[in-house]
Design a protein. Structure first.
Length: 50
């Protein structure tokens, strides 16, 4: 019964169905590509997220 699965089990199943890479090294490399540095702060000290 699917309702008996924990949220983690459901997430893992969805990740397998989406053919996600489970290799931690591959994850770290992909993370480095998208998170190269901290975002710059505006001169007012507030984030520019409008």
């Amino acid at each position: 019964m699917e309702s008996d699965k924990s949220q983690l089990e459901k997430f893992k199943e969805a990740a397998r169905e989406a053919e996600c890479d489970t290799d931690e090294t591959a994850f770290e490399e992909a993370l480095k590509k998208v998170a190269k540095s901290k975002p710059e702060k505006s001169s007012t000290g507030e984030d520019d997220q409008t």
